[in-house]
Design a protein around this ligand. Structure first.
Ligand code: ATP
Ligand code: MG
Length: 171
């Protein structure tokens, strides 16, 4: 069964900005996540069968929340997981609303979520010890205009992601 998650998937302009972030991180800081894999998870669904996925996609079609600007302006490291992350200092209300709606449709489709509090972030590197100084890292301004359903395919070399579906946010 496919392993799925809802995500914000960077557009070309945002990915270019993220490339600048990756280039300003010292190379010895950990194992860098490939540029094409950078994303923000909205809700992790786990293994989902085809029937539930169809219901989920139909329900996601009904989500009507608005576009927003996301400023990724802080960098840090989680000691336990070793993840170096880029994140917003301020979480836009419209992002919170989108996550609530995505969680609702997932639960209504019969998916059990882990219920951990949502901490929006982009994982930049794994096995990281210390974050670089925040002022060495350029901020990313992301005009978020859609959300996506993504499949995670596990290879021994790391995860590969495939965008299955994408829904526009409203003006
Ligand atoms: P890998 O596990 O293969 O090293 P990965 O963690 O990027 O790579 P997945 O485990 O498939 O790939 O996870 C996909 C996305 O969902 C990632 O952004 C990951 O951080 C997030 N994620 C995974 N498990 C959970 C969970 N239990 N709760 C919240 N987010 C999760
Ligand atoms: Mg994982």
């Amino acid at each position: 069964m496919p392993r799925l998650f809802f995500a914000l998937w960077p557009d070309d302009d945002t990915r270019k900005q993220l490339q600048a972030v990756m280039q300003s991180i010292p190379p010895n800081i950990g194992r860098a996540v490939p540029l094409e894999n950078l994303h923000i998870t909205l809700a992790f669904l786990g293994q989902v069968n085809e029937e539930i996925t169809k219901g989920l996609e139909a329900a996601a079609n009904q989500i009507r929340t608005q576009k927003f600007e996301l400023k990724l302006d802080t960098i840090g490291c989680w000691r336990k997981s070793g993840i170096l992350w880029l994140a917003p200092v301020d979480i836009p209300e419209k992002l919170g609303l989108l996550v609530s709606r995505v969680n609702e449709v997932s639960a209504a489709s019969g998916i059990t979520l882990d219920g951990r509090p949502f901490k929006p972030h982009i994982a930049l590197a794994r096995k990281a010890g210390m974050p670089p100084e925040r002022d060495q890292i350029p901020s990313v301004i992301w005009q978020v205009e859609s959300f996506t359903l993504v499949e995670s395919i596990t290879h021994h070399t790391g995860a590969q992601y495939r965008v299955l579906d994408s829904w526009p946010l409203l003006n």
